[in-house]
Ligand binder design. Structure first.
Ligand SMILES: NC(=O)C1=CN([C@@H]2O[C@H](COP(=O)(O)OP(=O)(O)OC[C@H]3O[C@@H](n4cnc5c(N)ncnc54)[C@H](OP(=O)(O)O)[C@@H]3O)[C@@H](O)[C@H]2O)C=CC1
Ligand SMILES: O=C(CO)COP(=O)(O)O
Length: 341
């Protein structure tokens, strides 16, 4: 009998670990790469990732490793769970090796200068790779604790979608497929910004009406932006759009929500980010999104408002006053913008 080829997961954080466990539970041998050799050794011995996913046992089928070259040589399917700030610098030196491999980004961020999504960076580095993304309402800890969860794998490459479904789909994890890689990936990146606002609103004791208004107007705003960039608005009605927006704006388990909550309690941005000690992609996404929205002239009042509070010295009250006094608008305007009515 031939041995099954291992699948690689890049990233030693909470999401990489949760996904590595899911694969291993399905009988897939996994090499989980992380940059820190001491962390890899400790995880190999103790079968836990205490810094990022405390209390969750690492499946015996997951081998924590720290040799990236050997990992990429051994695996044809690679899940990338690195922070957006690290993805390019980790993969670029191995561009040649990525030719023909299936590379699936789990990262929900946007590159600072280029405004590129992670799969676009992968495409640039490795144009001969088979590229996809995985996104949806997927809090790592809940996945690791086997809460019933669904996600979306998106790629123009139907076979890659099927391959990802085959290795990841399981008793507690459903994997839906989509051909709209751009929309699915953009949804995952944009919603982080609104989770910061939602966390802030909760810390300030705002009511349920406010929360609902926020989530719904966030969906309108992110869809409006996405449509302006060529995405299909229907994708935003799915798991990777409204699904992920709801979970991230509602859950104290979300790191972006936690940053917002800390800001609402009066911490500075620096204090909030330091206290978290994990990745909160929404902070960088806010900066690049504000600039991009301005450049392409898309109306994004929530993004502009949060940016004004965090980076332009406005108070929350000033921003709320401005938002509530803004000229009345149409409710579901992105549908008419895109010509779908
Ligand atoms: N956690 C979640 O619930 C979900 C996360 N995601 C996305 O997954 C991505 C990764 O997040 P997550 O796993 O949560 O992050 P964590 O904050 O849990 O962990 C970050 C990991 O990235 C590593 N890292 C940081 N910089 C580098 C670098 N330059 N080279 C190599 N490794 C590096 C860290 O290593 P070290 O400890 O050595 O610094 C650590 O292992 C993010 O884009 C996030 O939005 C998507 C869905 C769900
Ligand atoms: O993307 C996520 C859930 O789908 C995780 O969100 P946070 O990065 O805010 O924890």
């Amino acid at each position: 009998m031939t041995e099954q080829q291992p699948v690689a997961v890049l990233g030693g954080g909470s999401f990489g670990t949760a996904v590595a466990n899911l694969l291993a539970e399905n009988g897939v041998p996994v090499r989980q790469w992380m940059r820190d050799p001491e962390q890899a050794e400790a995880m190999r011995v103790n079968r836990e990732n205490p810094r990022y996913l405390k209390g969750i046992r690492l499946h015996d089928g997951v081998e924590p490793v720290n040799d990236l070259l050997a990992t990429l040589q051994a695996c044809d399917l690679v899940f990338v769970a690195l922070p957006s700030s690290a993805l390019r610098s980790v993969l670029a030196p191995h561009a040649e090796l990525l030719r023909g491999k299936g590379l699936v980004s789990l990262t929900k961020g946007i590159e600072a200068q280029s405004f590129k999504l992670m799969s676009q960076i992968i495409e640039e580095i490795a144009p001969q790779a088979r590229i996809g993304v995985l996104s949806g309402p997927n809090l790592a800890r809940e996945i690791a604790e086997h809460a019933l969860t669904a996600t979306v794998v998106a790629s123009e490459d139907e076979q890659l979608c099927q391959q990802v479904q085959a290795v990841l789909h399981g008793r507690t994890f459903r994997v839906y497929a989509s051909a709209d890689r751009f929309g699915v990936e953009l949804g995952g990146a944009l919603k982080n910004v609104y989770a910061i606002i939602a966390g802030m609103a909760v810390a300030l004791g705002m009511g349920e009406n406010t929360k609902s208004m926020l989530i719904t107007r966030a969906l309108a705003e992110m869809t409006r932006f996405a449509v302006s960039q060529g995405a299909n608005p229907m994708t935003f009605l799915g798991l990777a759009g409204v699904g992920d927006l709801i979970v991230t704006c509602s859950s104290p388990k979300s790191r972006n929500y936690q940053v917002g909550h800390a800001l609402g309690q009066g911490l500075s941005l620096e204090q909030a980010v330091n206290r978290l000690g994990e990745v909160a992609e929404g902070v960088n996404t806010l900066k690049v999104l504000k600039a991009k929205a301005q450049e392409v002239q898309v109306y994004m009042p929530l993004v502009a408002g949060l940016h004004a509070i965090l980076f332009e010295g406005r108070t929350l009250n000033q921003v709320i006053e401005h938002l509530m006094r803004a000229e009345p608008k149409t409710d579901v305007d992105f549908i008419s913008i895109s010509g779908f009515n």
